[in-house]
Design a protein around this ligand. Structure first.
Ligand code: ADP
Length: 169
């Protein structure tokens, strides 16, 4: 049996940004498949832009040409979900020191829940280190141009929700 290396990349992805995409592409160089696991609860987002179904559909569209990326919704404990899916590697992006403390805590908690899981942190290209989904939502809501921050299908949907100004045209 081929022992495929599968990484799980969990998050809210409300919406997927080019920062997330940067991490996915880097990860594809290291493993056979990347499973983007979209959390059911939009991490307490004050005002979510997209429902879980919309986030899953949109992210699937972004990776429709990439057979090594699978996009799935999930709820419950991440390590249980990872185990069921045969993924022993959790990937998280680290943008700045401010991300570190929470990520480190979570990594150690996940490993105590399932000792076989490994967590890797990846740094995005430096021009994406300031980028977050919540900032994209906020700028889009205020009619700012977010075309440099999200993949095209996401831009299209943000334009539908918040108006054409978000495309910068
Ligand atoms: P969460 O709600 O769990 O923070 P997100 O969708 O915001 O989920 O992010 C998922 C993962 O992607 C997290 O590890 C986060 O640090 C990482 N991430 C988010 N934005 C970027 C970015 N611009 N560059 C690199 N990693 C990022």
């Amino acid at each position: 049996m081929v022992d495929e290396r599968i990484a799980i990349y969990p998050g809210s992805f409300d919406p997927l940004t080019l920062g997330h995409d940067d991490i996915v592409r880097r990860c594809l160089r290291l493993v056979d498949r990347v499973l983007i696991a979209i959390a059911a609860s939009a991490s307490e987002a004050k005002s979510p832009a997209f429902s879980l179904d919309e986030r899953v559909e949109l992210t699937r569209e972004v990776y429709s040409d990439e057979p090594r990326v699978e996009v799935v919704p999930f709820e419950g404990l991440l390590v249980d979900f990872a185990r069921r899916r045969g993924a022993r590697l959790i990937v998280r992006g680290l943008r700045a020191v401010s991300d570190f403390e929470y990520e480190f805590q979570m990594a150690l908690m996940n490993r105590s829940l399932w000792p076989e899981i490994e967590v890797i942190f990846m740094a995005p290209a430096s021009n994406y280190t300031f980028l977050s989904s919540s900032l994209v939502r906020e700028v889009a809501r205020l009619g700012g141009d977010v075309s440099g921050f999200v993949p095209l299908p996401v831009l299209r949907e943000l334009a539908r929700v918040y108006g054409a100004a978000v495309t910068g045209e």
